[in-house]
Ligand binder design. Structure first.
Ligand code: NI
Length: 175
C-alpha cells in the first residue's frame, strides 16, 4: 500500500484547472491505486488527483457507508455531468485538503456522469445521495474549485487563515 501526501489548502495546485487524461499509462494506474489507498486511509469518501499534486482530470470515490456492504472503489477519468436534477440536496461537506472544517453546501440531488474508466471504456451512471454530492465535489477539484468557494468571502477567509496557521504549525512540528 502506498500513501501519497495530501496537499492542504491554501496551495496553488488546488486552484488550477486540470488537464484531460489522454493516455492510460502504468503511472496513471499506479496513481489511481495509490489515491484509493490514500482515500481509505484518511479516511474519506473521495479524492481528486490535484489533491495529491497530479493535475489530471481523475478522481476516486467510494461512498459505501454500510460496513456489511462490499466496498465499491471507483476511478473516474475525464468525468462530465450530462444531466443534473432540479431537486437539490444540502449536505455538510468536508475535504481532505481542508481538515476539520465543514459547511452545508447545496447541489443538485442527482447527477448523471459520463467518464472514462481504467479499462479504457466509457461509462455512464446516475448518482444520488452521498454519491451525487461526492462526485460533484470531486469534479469541482478538477476545475480548481473547493467547497469553501461556495461560502461568503468572509467565511472563506476565516477558514483559509485557520488553514494557514495549521500549515505553519505542522511545518514547525516537522510533520
Ligand atoms: Ni475535497
Amino acid at each position: 500500500m502506498t500513501l501519497r501526501p495530501i496537499l492542504l489548502h491554501p496551495d496553488p495546485r488546488l486552484k488550477k484547472p486540470c488537464e484531460p487524461v489522454t493516455e492510460i499509462t502504468d503511472a496513471l494506474r499506479e496513481a489511481a491505486r495509490d489515491m484509493l489507498d490514500t482515500m481509505y486511509d484518511a479516511p474519506g469518501v473521495g479524492l481528486a488527483a490535484p489533491q495529491v499534486g497530479l493535475l489530471k482530470r481523475l478522481f476516486v470515490m467510494d461512498c459505501v457507508k454500510d460496513p456489511d456492504e462490499p466496498p465499491r472503489p471507483m476511478v473516474l477519468m475525464n468525468p462530465e455531468i450530462v444531466w443534473s436534477s432540479d431537486d437539490r440536496r444540502v449536505y455538510e461537506e468536508g475535504c481532505l485538503s481542508i481538515p476539520e472544517h465543514y459547511a452545508e453546501i447545496e447541489r443538485p440531488a442527482a447527477v448523471t456522469v459520463r467518464w472514462l474508466g481504467l479499462d479504457g471504456a466509457g461509462h455512464e451512471e446516475t448518482f444520488e445521495g452521498l454519491w451525487a454530492t461526492c462526485a460533484q465535489h470531486e469534479m469541482d477539484h478538477l476545475d480548481g474549485r473547493l467547497f469553501i468557494d461556495y461560502l461568503s468571502p468572509l467565511k472563506r477567509q476565516l477558514i483559509t487563515r485557520k488553514m494557514e496557521k495549521l500549515k505553519r504549525d505542522r511545518a514547525r512540528e516537522g510533520v
